[in-house]
Design a protein around this ligand. Structure first.
Ligand SMILES: Nc1ncnc2c1ncn2[C@@H]1O[C@H](COP(=O)(O)OP(=O)(O)OP(=O)(O)O)[C@@H](O)[C@H]1O
Ligand SMILES: [Mg+2]
Length: 411
């Protein structure tokens, strides 16, 4: 991965420099915390030959669905139009960068300026462009096809780095990143070879994912490396709509954490088997050359461990200053999309739909300002609990829609 992923002109295009920008969307009690945007996917070359485009974007907020139905007599076709209003609608010519600038950047700003809990979901039918939106048109194996159409995650990484360079953050904070997927209601760590991890409720009423690998980053290049690593092991499968369908919900979690709240330990602590081995003269047998009595590494011990190429585990204690999560949801499926792909695929599809329903219920409860958010109904909503319950949160749902007439039942 090149250390400088983005050219200078790209950076200028983004007009980086958080100091120059104030978030327009500072969450307040009176303001809606949920934004719903829709992105229309263009017809593929194949679809353009045989199908018609049934979606029109009108202005910045309206989507019109054209439907052709047979009259009851069965002889003539009747075309109807239905208009839908959203906070923002993007047409098929719109790039990931435009989406980032117009509605995602405010989440990044809010995380720093307001200590917000901000979430960005890509939601939609299988094959409608969720992963394309979050990750960009990426070739399998992790590398981008071209630098102009990176995913939202990567555009955010540039701003995150810019924020982290500001003295107020550089001195005191780091970004703690984790990347995991929920597949069949189980969580797997994408930064640790899909190791099974367990989301649990913390004593403070939050959520911790036990055994999840956390990576500490400050630059966009480090973040890109983490994302590439995770993407390379993410579960994909085939259905009738997408040869590389994401079969899981992928969650990239970014936390702004005080440096003093980060703890480093040797991933495999040799003192666990023979506590005196490293420092036989230590008064306390658990106090070795590396780490204190609890195994926590000091700054010097951390440097030594890293120089020796030892694997270091990171944990975070205390509350994060701000949180941002990008969630690339698995596609909602109709039975017909997976019917010819066997029982496992169908079971996957059923699990995906079930967890999406649980998510919908949480978002609805949040929107209605209810005290009770039913986040315990699925593993997906359990791990996102903080984002639903925290008062100072922004939630962006990007619904991706395919415009081919053969997909109209999915809208
Ligand atoms: N806006 C777009 N412009 C051009 N091509 C797109 C766009 N959105 C999606 N595609 C292409 O459509 C195909 C399916 O997209 P993608 O894998 O992102 O769908 P998905 O919604 O993530 O599906 P699933 O739920 O099955 O994972 C890919 O080949 C992708 O490159
Ligand atoms: Mg996908």
């Amino acid at each position: 991965m090149p250390s400088e992923m983005f050219s200078k002109s790209r950076r200028e295009e983004l007009a980086l420099g958080p100091a120059n920008r104030r978030p327009k969307n500072k969450p307040t009690a009176a303001k809606a915390r949920i934004t719903v945007a829709v992105r229309k996917k263009p017809l593929t070359a194949e679809e353009a030959k045989n199908d018609t485009d049934i979606l029109d974007v009108v202005g910045r907020q309206k989507l019109v669905l054209h439907e052709t139905r047979k009259e009851l007599s069965g002889t003539t076709d009747k075309t109807t139009q239905q208009g839908f209003q959203f906070d923002r609608v993007y047409d098929e010519y719109c790039s990931n960068l435009t989406i980032y600038k117009s509605c995602v950047r405010t989440l990044v700003d809010s995380m720093f300026e307001c200590g917000g809990r901000c979430s960005c979901f890509a939601f939609g039918q299988t094959g409608s462009g969720k992963t394309y939106t979050m990750m960009g048109p990426r070739k399998r194996g992790g590398k981008q096809e071209d630098s102009c159409s990176r995913g939202l995650w990567e555009w955010a990484a540039i701003d995150l780095e810019a924020w982290m360079k500001k003295p107020a953050y550089r001195e005191r904070f780091v970004l703690a990143i984790s990347f995991y997927e929920i597949h069949s209601n189980k969580a797997y760590d994408l930064l640790n070879n899909r190791n099974l991890v367990r989301p649990m409720e913390s004593a403070e009423g939050g959520v911790v994912v036990k055994d999840l690998v956390i990576r500490v980053v400050t630059t966009e290049a480090e973040m890109a490396e983490v994302i590439d690593l995770g993407n390379s092991v993410r579960s994909t499968g085939k259905n009738s709509r997408n040869n590389e369908s994401s079969r899981s919900h992928a969650i990239l979690s970014i936390e702004l954490v005080q440096k003093t709240d980060i703890e480093y330990r040797l991933a495999e602590n040799p003192r666990a088997e023979n506590p005196r081995a490293e420092n036989p003269r230590a008064e306390n047998p658990r106090e070795g050359a590396m780490g204190d009595r609890n195994g926590k590494l000091s700054a010097t011990a951390l440097q030594t461990a890293l120089k020796e190429g030892r694997s270091v585990a990171v944990s975070v204690r205390g509350k994060a200053h701000g949180k941002l999560a990008f969630i690339d949801l698995a596609g909602s499926e109709r039975g017909a999309d997976s019917v010819q792909f066997g029982r496992n695929t169908q079971q996957d599809g059923a699990n995906i739909n079930k967890s999406l329903l649980a998510l919908k219920e949480c978002i609805r409860a949040m929107d209605q300002g209810k005290d009770h958010i039913p986040f315990r109904d699925s593993e997906l909503t359990k791990v996102l609990r903080d984002f639903f319950t925290f008062a100072n949160g922004l939630c962006l749902m990007i619904a991706t829609v395919a415009s081919s007439s053969t997909r109209k039942n999915a809208h």
